[in-house]
Design a protein around this ligand. Structure first.
Ligand SMILES: [Zn+2]
Length: 313
């Protein structure tokens, strides 16, 4: 078994910020489905209308765009922790969230949680936990980059306080310091592979060797910053090379994400096992991913054997 024969899910990636080249490379590397959490855009939004349009594009245009490259697109909807600190705006966002969380393709409330662990962040995190519980959706938690360990534990304790069951919560951006706490409490432990920092590929290999595969999930969190949309297949490839059995790689780079977010009832393997073949003649609200004179791909986007070599090394 090599990574080139495997299917992958990247359960945390911000495709809105990525290019069509990324979609093509991802599909060729075996990524069949992605989950795009709602998050901030690098600068603060000033109007609730910006949220409305953003959520709508995750459910509309971006979903369509992914389909044009043979990738099934899902999303999580929520008010991110950073922007929860603008309380006047946060109040208005909370009012529109219920309109979006039950739409087709929404597999969770996310990414929510703490950034600086302020009182406002705490307030809107709790309100969104209640919303997730009410509609029966999983929760995707963004854990803080500063004061990570305490912030991660606090995120889980507050979830339990609100009677959100650990198996319904995916805790993102774990590291060596938080993984034990997350797993021991029964939560899903997701890890972000940042290029050159945080969780390097080698570190992820070590974590799987030490903690096994139960409830462990790998993602790229690729966005508008320096990041790698192929982080999941590359890490899978490295795991195989380091002697981790293929079924274990399959669990942490595919199955666990499906099991966790599949609890939404919105994510089904049949969506990509019996795929509608790619047809780039398609349009969304009269818009195509193609520009004048380009030839649409119709049929399969071929798996790229060469890429396997690229990603192993
Ligand atoms: Zn993110």
């Amino acid at each position: 078994m090599t990574a080139a024969n495997m299917m992958f899910i990247d359960p945390h990636i911000h495709m809105t910020s990525r290019t069509t080249d990324d979609y093509t490379r991802m599909r060729r590397a075996g990524i069949v489905a992605v989950i795009e959490p709602s998050f901030w855009l690098g600068q603060p939004r000033t109007e609730v209308g910006s949220y409305k349009d953003y959520f709508s594009s995750l459910l509309g245009w971006e979903r369509f765009r992914a389909s044009q490259f043979g990738i099934k697109h899902f999303c999580t909807i929520g008010l991110n922790s950073k922007e929860a600190n603008n309380e006047a705006l946060a109040e208005q966002v909370m009012e529109i969230l219920p309109l979006f969380v039950l739409k087709e393709g929404v597999v969770g409330v996310g990414e929510i949680g703490y950034d600086d662990q302020t009182a406002a962040e705490d307030k809107y995190y709790r309100l969104q936990l209640d919303l997730a519980k009410e509609v029966g959706l999983p929760v995707q938690i963004h854990t803080p980059h500063r004061d990570k360990k305490a912030g991660t534990i606090r995120s889980m304790e507050v979830a339990m306080e609100h009677s959100v069951k650990p198996h319904m919560v995916i805790v993102d951006h774990n590291n060596e310091e938080t993984v034990r706490d997350t797993l021991e409490r029964g939560f899903w432990a997701a890890f972000t592979i940042y290029p050159n920092s945080k969780m390097g590929n080698e570190r992820m290999v070590e974590i799987v060797k030490q903690y096994g595969t139960e409830r462990i999930i790998v993602n790229s969190s690729a966005d508008w910053g320096v990041s790698d949309p192929l982080a999941v297949p590359k890490t899978a490839s490295l795991m195989l090379e380091r002697g981790i059995p293929a079924e274990d790689v399959h669990k942490v780079c595919y199955q666990n994400a499906l099991d966790a977010f599949g609890q939404s009832g919105q994510m089904n393997e049949s969506d990509w096992l019996q795929p509608a073949s790619v047809d780039q003649r398609g349009k969304f609200l009269d818009n195509s991913v193609l520009r004048g004179g380009q030839t649409p791909v119709v049929g399969e986007i071929e798996v790229d054997k060469e890429l396997e070599d690229n990603i192993v090394k």
